[in-house]
Design a protein around this ligand. Structure first.
Ligand code: ZN
Ligand code: ZN
Ligand code: ZN
Length: 368
């Protein structure tokens, strides 16, 4: 798996004219090597020359965490008294162009630029991003397992098994997170719980407000599910419930939203541009006179990262390819009043769009 990814990465490096790839914290490293760098002050960096062996430069005390993959890299553990930037610079010294991981700490890039004054630096995301966006079969399996676990938590929410009225948003958020872990996730990435007028803020931070009867509760949650090969894969789902029967205006808006979401999922066929999937959702909401209240893109790619290529947004002409995995999550937000969003993860396949989340798409009424 990793050796094959390394070969494809080297082909992309050749096309992009990149002589060496430098990967540190962030998702590119686990995708390519199975190892995730600790996001700490000591430098971890995989040095991948276009030809010749790759080297994982890692702090001595973190070396025991590394699962060695000799077909992909050799290990160079550095001692506390060594300068890891000098070690990387030495390995990369003949490079005219280096592509460095997008999330590498700026201090290491600045130090490397001093050490390699004749090397031009570009972003590794430009080389690895399009490769990572197209999932192989094992990655689709991992995303499906993550989605099924998230679906089980959403089903508990819709069945009224998660108490809402009288609890704070933060308490319900923590509850959702515990349930994601209980369903097999190793990490909770976010658990937005936004009730009543708070739901009009798409990235609301769950707070001390107590959930009342007769309001919408928007829950958008996801985490990372362990998978074979070292890197985990993300889930991300949004469902809204209503504590007691919803008012007609809100129920009508939800009907528009559900229609928009289904239209965008149906549009997500191989060969269709990402921006046309966005347009499919936006058209339904605009036709209902609510277009001004759909204030974000329709979706984002998902994989090792919760947000990655391809972005489902106007202006992105990238045609969908088999293996592209992304969210479809239109929303309608009325500031000061309420907000609604409906989100599934979808994979583009030759047989048509494959939604990984299958739990009920209705605005489910739970006991007030
Ligand atoms: Zn979001
Ligand atoms: Zn989400
Ligand atoms: Zn999302």
């Amino acid at each position: 798996m990793h050796a094959e990814r390394l070969a494809r990465t080297r082909e992309a490096m050749a096309v992009a004219g990149v002589d060496v790839l430098l990967l540190s914290v962030g998702p590119d490293l686990p995708w390519l090597s199975g190892y995730e760098a600790m996001p700490l002050e000591r430098l971890t960096m995989l040095v991948v020359p276009r030809e010749g062996g790759a080297t994982l430069v890692v702090p001595r005390l973190e070396a025991p965490r590394v699962v060695e993959r000799p077909e992909v890299f050799s290990l160079r553990a550095w001692e506390e008294t060594e300068d890891p930037v000098a070690i990387v610079a030495d390995l990369a010294r003949s490079a005219t162009t280096a592509a460095i991981g997008d999330r590498t700490w700026a201090r290491f890039l600045v130090d490397l630029q001093h050490r390699l004054p004749r090397t031009r630096f570009t972003r590794a995301g430009l080389v690895v991003g399009p490769l990572r966006a197209v999932k192989d079969d094992a990655e689709v399996v991992a995303l499906r397992r993550a989605a099924e676990a998230a679906d089980r938590v959403a089903a508990q929410l819709q069945a009224g098994e998660i108490a809402l009225v009288g609890r704070t948003e933060a308490e319900v958020s923590a509850d959702l997170g515990r349930r994601l872990l209980a369903e097999g996730h190793s990490r909770v990435n976010f658990a937005i719980v936004a009730a009543g007028p708070n739901a009009a803020s798409p990235h609301h931070e769950p707070g001390v407000r107590r959930i009342a009867a007769g309001e919408v509760v928007l829950c958008d949650f996801g985490g990372t599910m362990p998978a074979d090969g070292g890197a985990g894969y993300c889930s991300d789902i949004t469902r809204c419930v209503h504590t007691g029967p919803p008012p007609a205006e809100l129920a009508d808006a939800y009907g528009v939203l559900a229609e928009a979401q289904a239209a965008a999922v149906a549009a997500a066929r191989v060969g269709v541009a990402c921006e046309d999937v966005d347009a499919a959702a936006r058209r339904v909401i605009s036709d209902a006179g609510l277009g001004a209240h759909f204030v974000h893109r329709t979706g984002h790619g998902i994989g090792i990262e919760e947000h990655e290529d391809p972005y489902v947004v106007a202006g992105n002409e990238t045609p969908l390819a088999p293996g592209h995995a992304f969210s479809v999550e239109p929303g309608i937000y009325l500031p000061g009043r309420w907000g609604l969003r409906l989100e599934d993860i979808v994979v583009a396949t030759p047989g048509g769009p494959d939604p990984l989340n299958r739990v009920d798409h209705d605005l489910v009424v739970v006991d007030a």
